[in-house]
Design a binder for this molecule. Structure first.
Ligand SMILES: [Zn+2]
Length: 369
């Protein structure tokens, strides 16, 4: 297996095009064609993590937070980030980062957090993703099947468990070829009116280019008329945060104790009535404060996230219990999820490449008791 195989596997799970626009996800260092010797999975990439990867014989680090986020202007060993980057390149360690795309996918960061807290997930807290386009082309009835199959093979026409989904409407198309045209139907210079099928098929936005190329390749016309429409449909596969339930209701005080011990949090910051009962739980690993209105709307008893500001506690007071369990603490459970997934994938391919979670904490935040 090569670095590229892990990249493709990760991207099928957490497609880069669902990441935030300003994010920087994907392969950050290394050659996709490198044969894998070992994988280290970590939340952050630090000099310590780079050293651990090298010491444990891993030549790929899969991280959540990208090392290269803000642009680097120099690589002169002047900062820890520069030293880390230089060490990875010098030692031939590839780095792959799945950040907000891992946050926004099923079984991603917030699902792992739910799992760690014993919350049975019902779905995303917010599903704002519009990830599909509709491709429409006009094709002679004799070629409609061929064009539709080519588009489906390139990744179009999948709706849930159904493949080759398309829609066809019969109609009449008109065209007149110029003197230098080579029309597949009719003659150049003559206004033609022909039977055509309006063939439409949806495709994930990331595959639209491929589907359009396949459509053009299978189409008999010299100049293919087609439209690509952005769709506003939201996807059930991607979203922000999660909502779910505890097996039985507990008091907020008991729930806080569970959160603290399950996540190894040195302290929690929270607001709410400690005697109130908690069963429905909204969660967002990392900085999820902006989802507070969604958590309230969902009817959750408590919202667990991190990086909560003072005024957000004020907003929550009297409406929903709000818990800040720490950025690192609410995201670290995803490392074990990534390790488990990668192990399953590698095993299913009959390979024996060790995948390990980093043994050190990269949390720069400490609590003082
Ligand atoms: Zn984070």
């Amino acid at each position: 297996m090569k670095v590229r195989d892990i990249q493709e596997f990760m991207e099928a799970w957490a497609p880069p095009d669902i990441a935030w626009e300003r994010d920087n996800v994907g392969l950050q260092t290394g050659d996709p064609g490198t044969r894998l010797r070992g994988i280290l999975v970590a939340l952050d990439v630090t000099e310590g993590i780079a050293r651990e990867a090298i010491r444990r014989g891993a030549n790929l680090i899969v991280s959540h937070h990208p090392l290269l986020f803000r642009p680097l202007r120099t690589v002169t060993n002047g900062t820890p980030r520069e030293r880390c980057l230089a060490a990875l390149i010098r030692k031939g360690v590839a780095l792959y980062s799945a950040h907000t795309n891992l946050d926004f996918t099923r079984d991603g960061t917030s699902f792992a957090l739910a799992d760690a807290l014993g919350v049975t997930v019902e779905g995303f807290l917010k599903s704002p993703f519009t990830l599909e386009d509709k491709i429409v082309t006009f094709v002679p009835p004799s070629h409609a099947d061929r064009v539709a199959s080519a588009m489906a093979e390139a990744g179009g026409g999948r709706i849930g468990e159904y493949e080759n989904c398309s829609f066809r409407t019969a109609g009449r198309g008109t065209f007149r070829g110029t003197g230098t045209s080579h029309p597949a139907i009719g003659r150049k210079g003559v206004l033609e009116e022909v039977e055509e099928v309006r063939l439409e098929m949806a495709a994930p936005r990331r595959t639209v280019g491929k589907v359009v190329r396949a459509m053009i390749g299978a189409h008999p016309y010299e100049e293919v008329a087609y439209d690509v429409y952005p769709l506003e449909n939201t996807s059930a596969e991607y979203g922000m945060g999660t909502i779910g339930s505890l097996r039985r209701s507990v008091t907020l005080r008991q729930f806080l104790a569970t959160v603290r011990s399950a996540l190894g949090a040195p302290a929690l910051r929270w607001t709410g009535d400690p005697r109130s009962s908690v069963q429905k739980v909204a969660l967002c690993g990392g900085s999820g404060s902006d989802l507070l209105p969604d958590a309230v709307r969902s009817g959750a008893d408590v919202f667990v996230t991190a990086d909560v500001r003072y005024h957000t506690y004020q907003e929550a007071e009297g409406t929903i219990a709000l818990v800040d369990a720490g950025h690192y603490e609410t995201e670290i459970p995803v490392v074990a999820s990534v390790v488990a997934r990668l192990r399953r994938e590698i095993q299913s391919r009959g390979e024996r490449i060790p995948v390990r979670a980093a043994s050190q904490s990269t949390n720069p935040v400490r609590g003082h008791m």
